[in-house]
Design a protein around this ligand. Structure first.
Ligand code: PMT
Length: 403
C-alpha cells in the first residue's frame, strides 16, 4: 500500500504539451489508492479533454469560476477545493502559471484554488529549455520554494520544440514516486519499528476445544494501521482474528496461544523502538492438553489451569531503549489497577479501557480510554471509533518519544 492511499489529491493542469501525460498521472494516483480531483486552466483543454480526466478521476473536472448547467449557474468554490485537498500538485506548470503563482495573480480557478490551499503544494514545471533557464523563471521557482511549495524538477530530454535540454516535465511515475518519498520523509514515525500485539489467544483444552475471550482484534489492528500511516514499519502479532490489514509497512504474524505470542514478541522485541501490547492474552491455560477429544461423561469435569507467561511484564523486565505501552482492561478500581500494572510491568505508559463504559472494550467499533504515563499523568478521551482512539494513542506516543 502506498502512503498516498486514502489521500485527497488536487491536480491542477496548465497549458503545456506535457498536459497529455496527466491522464497517466491520474491513473497512477488512483492506483495508489488516492482520491483525485482535477482543475484545469481554460487553455489546457486544448491539450487534453476534461472528459478524459473526469472519467479517469471519477470526479467532475472544474476549470471556470462558474459552470453553466441548464439555467443554473453553479459557483465552483475554490476555497472548498483548496481545503478539501491533502496535497495539491500543479503539473505541468507553465512559465506563465509559475510567474502568476509567484506573484499572487488570480485570474483563473486554478490560481484562486492555489492561493486558498492550506496543504503542501507540489509543482512540476514544463517548458522549453531557454524559458526554463530564464532568470525570470528561476526567480519564480525560488519564490515558490520560499513559500514552502515543493519543486519537482524538470528533466532533460527532447522537447516539443525539437530542441534537446532541460525543461521536460518529470515522467508521471517519477512524479508519484517523488511525492511518495517526500511525504514519507515528513511522517513522524519514519524509520521507526513498532511491535503490536492484537486479538485474543486460544489455549487448547483438547484438539477441538479451547479457552478464549471476546477480543476481536479491532483495537490492535487500528493501532497497526495508524502507526503504518505515520511511517512506521509495523510487526503485528495477532491472535485468531477475522480482521484484515493491507499495508506495505505491516508484517502480520498470526499466532494462536499465549505461548506462541510470547515467542513471537520476544523474537522481534530487540529490533523495535516501540511496543504496544493490546492483545487480550489468556492469563491461564490448561495444565495438560488432552491428545484426544475429551468424551462426554455424566460426572463433573475439572480442568486444572496453570498461569501463562506474562508477555508484557517479561518485555518490561528486559527493555532497553524501547517505549513500552500496555493496555489495562478493567471492570472495577480501574485507575488503581491500571497504575499498578504500569509500575509492576515497568511500562512507559498504559491505556486503560473499562467494561463499565458503554461502547468500550471487546468487539465494539468504539472505545473510551484514559492514558496514564510514567509520571502518573492521566489523559482521558471521550467515546470514539477505534480508528480515532488509535490516532489518539499514536499521537500521544509520538509526542512522548519526541519530548
Ligand atoms: O480486540 P478488541 O475486540 O478490539 O478489544 C480491544 C481490547 C479490549 C482487547 C483492548 O482494548 C484491551 O484492553 N487489551 C488488553 C486486554 C487485557 O488482557 O488486559 P489485561 O489488563 O488483562 O492485561 C494487561 C496487559 O498485559 C495488556 O497489555 C495485555 O496485553 C498484557 N498481557 C496480559 C497477560 C499476559 N499473559 N500477557 C500480556 O502481555
Amino acid at each position: 500500500m502506498s502512503v498516498l492511499s486514502g489521500k485527497k489529491i488536487l491536480l491542477g493542469i496548465t497549458a503545456g504539451i506535457a498536459a497529455y501525460k496527466t491522464a497517466n498521472l491520474v491513473r497512477l494516483f488512483i492506483k495508489s489508492g488516492a482520491e483525485v480531483k482535477v482543475i484545469m486552466t481554460p487553455a489546457s483543454k486544448d491539450f487534453i479533454t476534461p472528459l478524459t480526466l473526469s472519467t479517469l478521476s471519477k470526479n467532475p473536472v472544474s476549470s471556470a469560476f462558474y459552470d453553466k448547467e441548464e439555467e443554473n449557474e453553479l459557483w465552483n468554490n475554490h476555497v472548498e477545493l483548496g481545503l478539501w485537498a491533502d496535497y495539491m500538485l500543479i503539473a505541468p506548470t507553465t512559465a506563465n502559471t509559475l510567474s502568476k503563482m509567484a506573484n499572487g495573480v488570480c485570474d483563473n480557478l486554478l490560481l484562486a484554488t492555489y492561493l486558498s490551499a492550506k496543504c503542501p503544494v507540489y509543482f512540476a514545471p514544463a517548458m522549453d529549455l531557454d524559458m526554463y533557464k530564464h532568470p525570470s523563471t528561476k526567480t519564480s521557482i525560488e519564490k515558490l520554494q520560499s513559500f514552502q511549495n515543493i519543486l519537482i524538477p524538470a528533466t532533460s530530454g527532447e522537447l516539443a520544440s525539437g530542441l534537446v535540454g532541460e525543461g521536460r516535465m518529470a515522467e508521471p511515475q517519477d512524479i508519484v514516486a517523488f511525492i511518495e518519498k517526500d511525504i514519507l520523509s515528513t511522517l513522524p514515525l519514519r524509520g521507526k519499528k513498532v511491535l503490536i500485539t492484537a486479538g485474543p489467544t486460544y489455549e487448547a483444552i483438547d484438539p477441538v476445544r479451547f479457552i478464549g475471550n471476546h477480543s476481536s482484534g479491532k483495537m490492535g489492528f487500528a493501532i497497526a494501521k495508524t502507526a503504518a500511516n505515520l511511517g512506521a514499519e509495523v510487526i503485528l502479532i495477532s491472535g485468531p482474528s477475522h480482521q484484515q490489514i493491507q499495508h506495505s509497512f505491516v508484517k502480520r504474524i498470526d499466532v494462536k496461544s499465549a505461548e506462541n505470542m510470547y515467542n513471537a514478541a520476544h523474537q522481534y522485541f530487540n529490533m523495535v523502538d516501540i511496543a504496544i501490547l493490546s492483545a487480550a492474552v489468556a492469563d491461564y491455560k490448561p495444565k495438560n492438553v488432552a491428545h484426544q477429544k475429551i468424551k462426554k461423561k455424566d460426572a463433573t469435569l475439572e480442568i486444572v489451569l496453570t498461569p501463562t507467561k506474562d508477555i508484557l511484564a517479561s518485555l518490561g523486565a528486559i527493555k532497553k531503549q524501547q517505549f513500552l505501552v500496555g493496555f489495562a482492561l478493567e471492570t472495577n478500581n480501574e485507575l488503581a489497577n491500571a497504575k499498578g500494572k504500569l509500575a509492576r510491568k515497568n511500562l512507559d505508559m498504559i491505556v486503560l479501557n473499562s467494561l463499565q463504559d458503554k461502547g468500550a472494550g471487546f468487539a465494539t467499533d468504539t472505545n473510551k480510554i484514559t492514558i496514564i504515563d510514567k509520571n502518573l499523568t492521566e489523559s482521558s478521551f471521550g467515546l470514539k471509533s477505534k480508528t480515532a482512539v488509535a490516532k489518539d494513542i499514536m499521537n500521544y506516543i509520538v509526542t512522548k518519544i519526541n519530548a
